[in-house]
Write a protein that binds this ligand. Structure first.
Ligand SMILES: Cc1cc2nc3c(=O)[nH]c(=O)nc-3n(C[C@H](O)[C@H](O)[C@H](O)COP(=O)(O)O)c2cc1C
Length: 151
């Protein structure tokens, strides 16, 4: 089935965790993986399925509005944040990001203060009341459900 399907993974990642998941998915599905800023609507029209991954900022999946505006034939989405999967309020994210009818997956990323920028660091510090420290929760096994859904 999917061997005839053209798939593109796009991502928006500030500190690299979402990019890592996007590349893993691209490898698993043997398809192209590109940063969202490097593709336009015309290029996207070549694909049967677009899988977009965006880091989560204050509950919003980055790049989602843009990729939706390109009107992909079929869209799947994954979001990456620091929230523990068990504590993640997936329902409210689906609502806030208008993801009804669009398959959505959530993966825990991490925190990289060196790449977050001063504004990001300040916002996280205010939200968590803690100084952000480097932590990496990425786990390749997590992508299996999405990969299986595509295959
Ligand atoms: C300003 C700011 C807001 C954030 N808001 C959320 C949030 O609402 N929920 C969450 O789970 N993670 C939140 N995060 C954490 C990032 O989503 C997390 O660090 C993610 O792994 C970053 O992905 P990236 O490495 O692809 O940029 C926030 C981080 C920053 C800097």
């Amino acid at each position: 089935m999917r061997s005839s399907m053209k798939i593109l993974v796009t991502y928006q990642s500030k500190t690299g965790f979402t990019k890592r998941y996007a590349q893993w998915i691209g490898e698993e599905l043997s398809c192209e993986c590109k940063e969202l800023t490097s593709v336009d609507a015309t290029q996207l029209a070549d694909y049967d399925l677009v899988i977009h991954g965006g880091w989560i900022m204050v509950g919003m999946v980055k790049g989602l509005e843009k990729v939706k505006s390109f009107q992909p034939r079929k869209l799947m989405v994954f979001g990456v944040g620091f929230t523990d999967e068990k504590e993640a309020d997936i329902k409210s994210w689906i609502e806030a990001n208008k993801l009804a009818g669009i398959p959505f997956f959530y993966y825990q990323g991490g925190m990289n203060p060196d790449k977050m920028g001063i504004v990001g660091k300040t916002m996280v510090k205010m939200a968590t009341k803690q100084k952000p420290e480097y932590v990496d929760y990425t786990n390749r096994d997590k992508i299996q459900e999405l990969v299986a859904a595509v295959k």
